[in-house]
Design a protein around this ligand. Sequence first.
Ligand code: FPP
Length: 272
Amino acid sequence: MIDKNLVAAPGSPDRVLLDALDLARLPRHVAVIMDGNGRWAKQRHLPRVEGHRAGAAAVRDTVETAARLGLDALTLYAFSTENWKRPKTEVSTLFTLLKEYLRRELRTLAENDIRFRVVGRAEGLDGSVRSALDLALEATAGCRGMVFSVALNYSGRAEIADAARSLAREAAAGRLDPESIDEDAVSRRLYTSDLPDPDLLIRTSGEMRISNFLLWQIAYAEIHVTPVLWPDFRCRHFLEALVDYQRRERRYGGVSEADEAGAPPAPAALEA
Ligand code: FPP
């Protein structure tokens, strides 16, 4: 049961958005490509890392909103395998911010029954980062509320390649009949195997790209792109994305209910 007052104060602009939502039709899993930290900093004549620092506050706000709305899963894209190409100081600041975030927020995550997760090749990360991640994984392992995943050293293509390798190994060992491999068999070998596919993918900063994020899982996701830069992304923008999501008609390659029933288009629609 959602406590609306915890998400948005009565009478606030956020509450108007919240009241416009059908709480029974919220997405189960929302994935977010957090983009625009560098541009946010540039607009303020600050170093890029200050954009990432401000972005960490947006992470806190987004996790809180998603958990209070009772979503099953939230996945944030924090560091791609391509991000290693950035200057060393920027990379190390990003991981420092992640460690600081976990140090500050871990207790709150556990208290709110939020299970922390990493998707990506965690073995490629620095020892101190892995220790901080392991601590967060252990501390929230028993939580049964929202699953909060952070994509780190992540590549959607690498994830699919990892799943293919795992299937090939099982087949070579005689534990799997290659003829039995179907979409479900691939899904079960992805990092997100126990999560529903994202229903909604949000990308901030106006860029119209997928950037190698959850390539398999977003096959039928609705995509919401907002011009808001990630450090400015707050509850209001999350709620706007959800309102937009609920306006869409998800057909999964089928036809709309009206078309299925053979209903003629409304005259207003013909005029539009
Ligand atoms: C994209 O902005 C953002 C990132 C590559 C990193 C996101 C990281 C954080 C928000 C920091 C903390 C993370 C957690 C999970 C606590 P960009 O630098 O590509 O922006 P630009 O396109 O404007 O240059």
